[in-house]
Design a protein. Structure first.
Length: 339
């Protein structure tokens, strides 16, 4: 998902400890998809409660967010609103891919091909209204701020970063750069060991920092030109031009200066390209949000996870104690600063 710009965007490796004290805006849908695709049984079956309801997202949010908070990171979770109509084609395409993958997952299980089953299961992950509502509720109970974006969550996160309300946007996708975030952090919510597809080896995934100005300077382009490159390559809002990847797109835009120049020389037509630029340069965002962290509602968390979804009470209570300990330490440091 997202625009493929990895080949031209310089990335700096980092450690979670590097972000201690940072307030970051998390692209929640992107993160939930990561949890739903990775937190599964060996055959790809997601975590479920006794009634067959998926709980992978709740497990990821509780334990991963708790670890981030313990590391001194202050996450703000941004939820997507209504997608621009230009994204309808991408949404339908992804829906079709998930449906095909779900069918192939079951076929692989029937055939006893566990590795293929796990791969197809990850591709079949989907967000439902119930998953989204439960995620918001759990975060609220954990005392973590939630922001409802009017449209794209990445656009809202970038806007908050530009305003200085958060220091960086957190997402796996590079689209946040197109929306203008000064700093993008990748792999923050999914770092750790990960199996390489079709190979019996594991790699360690670590966070990466991408600075927008550094990326533009390294390539000798402006943000507007980076957007034009993305449009040539293809975004969530357009299919792109066949045969043009990020390196070729960069070369063309640097030669001709803009998308118009490339289209004129190559005889290309990109419908609504001005509107595509507008989506990234002037996205629909809101100023109506508050960023406050509160003490976790331990009983509420246990009610949702243990009594409603059959989580281990011992493990959940351990996470709650970790949240409480961090909250009290933060509160004490705030009090000490007055003296």
């Amino acid at each position: 998902m997202g625009v493929k710009l990895g080949d031209i965007v310089p990335r700096k490796p980092a450690d979670i400890s590097d972000f201690s004290g940072w307030v970051v805006a998390v692209d929640t849908f992107n993160t939930l998809y990561q949890f739903l695709s990775t937190i599964r049984q060996p055959d790809g079956t997601p975590l479920m409660d006794d009634r067959g309801r998926i709980t992978s997202h709740l497990s990821g949010l509780l334990y991963r967010t708790t670890s981030l908070i313990e590391s001194g990171i202050k996450p703000v979770f941004i939820f997507d609103g209504e997608a621009p109509e230009e994204k309808e084609g991408t949404i339908e395409s992804r829906k079709h891919i998930r449906e095909v993958a779900a069918k192939e997952w079951q076929e692989a299980i029937d055939e006893g091909d566990i590795e293929k089953a796990a791969r197809k299961a990850r591709q079949s992950s989907k967000l439902t209204a119930e998953i989204i509502d439960e995620s918001k509720e759990l975060l609220r109970l954990m005392g973590v701020p939630v922001v409802q974006a009017p449209s794209e969550g990445e656009a809202q996160a970038a806007y908050m970063a530009e305003r200085g309300d958060v220091r960086a946007a957190v997402s796996q996708d590079f689209d946040s750069l197109l929306f203008g975030t000064p700093i993008l952090i990748r792999n923050l919510t999914v770092s750790g060991r990960r199996k390489v597809a079709r190979r019996d080896i594991y790699i360690t995934v670590t966070p990466e920092i991408i600075e927008l100005e550094a990326a533009l300077s390294a390539n000798g382009i402006t943000r507007e030109q980076l957007i034009d490159i993305a449009i040539l390559v293809g975004t969530d809002f357009n299919r792109g031009i066949k045969g043009i990847g990020p390196k070729k797109g960069l070369k063309l835009i640097k030669k001709h200066g803009s998308l118009e120049g490339v289209m004129e020389e190559k005889g290309l037509e990109i419908p609504n390209y001005r509107r595509l630029r507008e989506i990234f340069l002037s996205p629909t965002v809101t100023d109506s949000y508050e960023i406050n962290w509160n003490k976790a509602d331990g009983e509420g968390i246990k009610e949702l996870l243990c009594r409603e979804h059959d989580f281990s009470e011992k493990r959940v209570e351990s996470a709650i104690k970790r949240l409480d300990k961090h909250f009290q330490a933060t509160k004490q440091r705030s009090l000490d600063s007055w003296f």
